[in-house]
Design a protein around this ligand. Structure first.
Ligand SMILES: C[S@@+](CC[C@H](N)C(=O)[O-])C[C@H]1O[C@@H](n2cnc3c(N)ncnc32)[C@H](O)[C@@H]1O
Length: 341
């Protein structure tokens, strides 16, 4: 019974083509998970784990990510498109999928599996929290997916080594907080990219990080991605924002070239503008290319909300600054200051 219900829901996600239909379909998926799991229980709220490279959310918080509606819908659409492409490109083999940080629902993959024949899928679902994996195991039976080749692995995705005979065709990881702070997306992706072949697809395909002077409080920012979510056409950027350009892109192709040191990105130096009364904040903007034309734009989701590094008023006498993104510990943005003269 649950299997048919889920197929109906995931089809409505894949086929949705207006913001209204995206939201309606995401709501159905969220209600489905709440109905068939017990992730609300207290034991799932206390298993947040801190590792070198970031914080792994508790199972409860990870489950709540389903309620970032546009994020959930666009990732599922992108992953559906990527698996479909791989099935066409490689008609004879099963598609090897590594899902790093699957959480208690494996939200971005499990619902899609029924749309593909069991022989076409060979997946490793990995999480650092064993209670999340236990929940996924339950869901596999509830959803009638026992015949699919799915391995559940408790491991740290930052240091995990894939089995030698598992050539990654598709890697998925959504372990990110806005502005790439707090969670270990970059450290995880860095480890996975190093183990991927040339033809492998990484999702998200690109995480684009841009810098701007703006008025942070006047920028679009989603506070409730269930009841008050807006699409890109409704979101107006602050009129006096000054874009300073791209800091870096996390992608399979560009990652190694741009973050040169092991765990730090340092930007160029910027001159403090003479007058910044109209745009007093230094902010990071994040946009994702999930796969091909499926994108998640600024403030469409919690993970693409703008992030304020500091107010330019904090720089006072100093006229030249540099941004630093550091994943040595919990990922964070800082800055270096230099006197102009
Ligand atoms: C933001 S949640 C996303 C959950 C689910 N993939 C989704 O999209 O709804 C991130 C998940 O990644 C897991 N995670 C974070 N860091 C990890 C690490 N270093 N190794 C393994 N899992 C990790 C967390 O435990 C959590 O379940």
């Amino acid at each position: 019974m649950y299997k048919e219900e889920l197929v109906f829901i995931v089809r409505s996600i894949v086929e949705s083509n207006t913001y209204k239909s995206h939201i309606a379909a995401a709501e159905k998926l969220s209600l489905f998970y709440k109905k068939v799991t017990s992730i609300q229980d207290l034991q799932y709220k206390s298993n947040e784990t801190i590792v070198t490279g970031g914080v792994a959310l508790s199972s409860f918080e990870a489950g709540s990510c389903v309620d970032d509606y546009l994020r959930t819908v666009f990732f599922i659409k992108g992953i559906h498109k990527a698996i479909t492409k791989l099935c066409i490109d490689y008609p004879e083999k099963s598609i090897n999928i590594l899902y790093a940080g699957c959480g208690p629902y494996a939200t971005l993959l499990l619902p899609l599996l029924s749309l593909f024949h069991k022989n076409r899928i060979n997946a490793i679902l990995l999480d650092i929290n064993v209670s999340s994996l236990n929940s996924v195991q339950n869901l596999i039976s509830i959803m009638g997916l026992e015949e699919y080749k799915l391995q559940l692995i408790e491991a740290n995705a930052i240091t995990y080594s894939k089995p030698e005979n598992f050539i990654i065709d598709l890697a998925i990881s959504e372990t990110m907080h806005y502005g790439l702070t707090r969670e270990p997306q970059v450290a995880i992706v860095k480890n996975i990219i190093a183990q991927m072949p040339a033809h492998g697809i990484l999702i998200p395909q690109e995480i684009n990080i841009d810098l701007a002077y703006t008025f942070y409080a006047k920028e679009p920012f989603v506070k409730d991605a269930v009841h008050n979510v807006k699409g890109r056409n409704e979101l107006q950027p602050y009129a006096f924002r000054i874009d300073l350009g791209r800091l870096f892109t996390i992608s399979k192709e560009h990652f190694n070239g741009q973050i040169k040191s092991e765990s730090k990105f340092e930007s160029n130096f910027y001159n403090l503008p003479d007058d910044y009364s109209n745009h007093p904040d230094l902010c990071i903007f994040t946009e994702l290319v999930i796969f091909e034309d499926i994108e998640l734009k600024t403030a469409e989701s919690y993970i693409t909300n703008p992030y304020c590094v500091t107010s330019l008023y904090n720089f006072k006498d100093t006229s030249v600054f540099q941004l630093v993104y550091d994943i040595t510990d919990i990922p964070q943005w800082t800055y270096n200051l230099q006197d102009k003269y």
